[in-house]
Design a protein around this ligand. Sequence first.
Ligand code: AMP
Length: 217
Amino acid sequence: MNIILLGPPGAGKGTQAAGLIEKFNLLHISTGEIFRSEIKNGTALGAKIKQFMDSGNLVPDAIVLETIKSITEKHPGSGCLFDGFPRTVVQAEGLADMLMAEGKKIDFVVYINIEDAEAVRRLTSRRACSKCGKNYNIATGPFPSKENICDSCGGDLMQRSDDTADIIRDRLKVYRDSTAPLIEYYKGKMPHGFIEVDGSKKIQDVFREIEKKINPA
Ligand code: AMP
């Protein structure tokens, strides 16, 4: 099974991804996480994409598609959870072609919907462990037991450099202009596999709703 998680920054895609990969045994492919780790590790790809990420703009489609291809090729038998990808119609079509070539398809698109004001509130209070990457949120939870310290590994919690008010505003605009058109795109292409959930609800309630729609009892 292959699932796409769609929604604005701050909708809770990463949080829901953690539960979904476990429940449905999927390979988690978060382009944002992959790109952040390339930058952190100082790779050639990292150097190429840094300017786009720092400004809240999208990494060019060709680079994104190449990155996805290199990962899916290494895991031919796995079902995938695409988190934060595709973000443009060009990426969506590239993904469809890639999957078709392997005799696969997208089974579900999960669209997590939230208001801009809530997205801004969540993103500005988001923290991630500088060592292991675990996510926290000091406004909505999950909260760290000790202020600014990761529960899992003891690393320092940091704010993502693109989680500042100005860049968040730009990312939301980029989302509206380039990514939101995918809502109608996928509704039209796969009306039965399109799942819309209200991301302002509690994490567990959003998860249960997605789970029920993917796997009706
Ligand atoms: P995210 O962690 O999903 O919020 O992504 C952080 C940043 O990575 C975005 O603001 C973009 O600069 C870049 N990025 C992540 N995924 C994509 C994608 N599918 N297409 C283009 N840029 C992306």
